[in-house]
Design a protein around this ligand. Structure first.
Ligand SMILES: [Zn+2]
Length: 253
């Protein structure tokens, strides 16, 4: 049976002599895996449209266990992402995260739109990569049902000024409830405000947001713990991003 859907290549793994196995985030069918037969052969019509980050109109043949890619008509390749190693690592991580939180058979809806918007903005290069990464990460998590609670204490619902974030409880804790999670982190009011802005604003609006480096570091630490607990996956792309950042310290201002 042939089916058509728009989709984004979130992972591409070489297979056999000249094939690829792709993970696609599709508009109609959510996350699927698809075999691209012969896609690594230079004369294949599938060479261009089966690269990581390609957004295509796909025609797929639905087999018993696999989808097979019949056609891939490119809408966008976001090729400028590949010009910069930090940008490339950030986008690879977002692909992994999005691929992890969307389930097979679940249409990704706004989550796919926010991922595409993030790729467009990373390719344009006008917003600092770390600001864009944190904001896109928060939005992906929110659309997947993992929105951190920042308005009031996640434990008692109290509205007193919180300065503690509990990744395990999923949000901020008031001073009276801090002891309920010894594994949480102090969080500044500045970091809470930035997180709220990142979740509330459209990504493209972030070009006018200036965030101090110490707040970005605070957010990185908190979000790493938050993702580790709620998504429970070791992201190889995040490890790679950190190694890249260590080599280009100062780039992510
Ligand atoms: Zn409380």
């Amino acid at each position: 049976m042939l089916v058509k859907t728009r989709g984004l290549v979130t992972k591409a793994v070489n297979f056999g002599e000249g094939d690829k196995i792709l993970t696609l985030l599709t508009e109609k069918y959510g996350k699927i895996q698809a075999m691209a037969k012969g896609a690594r052969r230079t004369r294949s019509k599938l060479v261009a449209g089966t690269q990581l980050f390609c957004y295509c109109d796909f025609v797929l043949f639905k087999g018993k266990t696999w989808y097979y890619i019949d056609q891939a008509e490119i809408i966008n390749t976001f090729h400028k992402i590949r010009n910069d190693l930090v940008t490339l690592s950030c986008c690879t991580y977002l692909m992994e995260l999005a691929g992890e939180v969307v389930q097979p058979g679940q249409a990704p809806g706004r989550l796919l739109k926010v991922v595409l918007e993030a790729l467009n903005l990373f390719a344009a290069g006008e917003i600092g990569p770390e600001i864009l990464l944190r904001a896109a990460e928060l939005k992906i998590l929110a659309y997947a049902g993992f929105k951190p609670q920042l308005e009031h204490c996640v434990n008692c619902g109290g509205a007193s000024r919180a300065g503690y974030f509990s990744p395990g409880s999923g949000g901020i804790l008031c001073p009276a409830c801090e002891k309920s999670d010894p594994y949480g982190y102090s969080i500044s009011q500045g970091a809470i405000s930035v997180m709220k802005l990142m979740m509330g604003w459209r990504l493209k609006k972030l070009d006018c947001l200036r965030v101090e480096q110490h707040i970005l570091k605070e957010l990185e630490k908190i979000m790493r713990a938050y993702v580790a607990i709620h998504i429970d996956k070791d992201f190889s792309s995040m490890r790679f991003l950190n190694s890249v950042k260590n080599k280009v310290t100062g780039r992510l201002e």
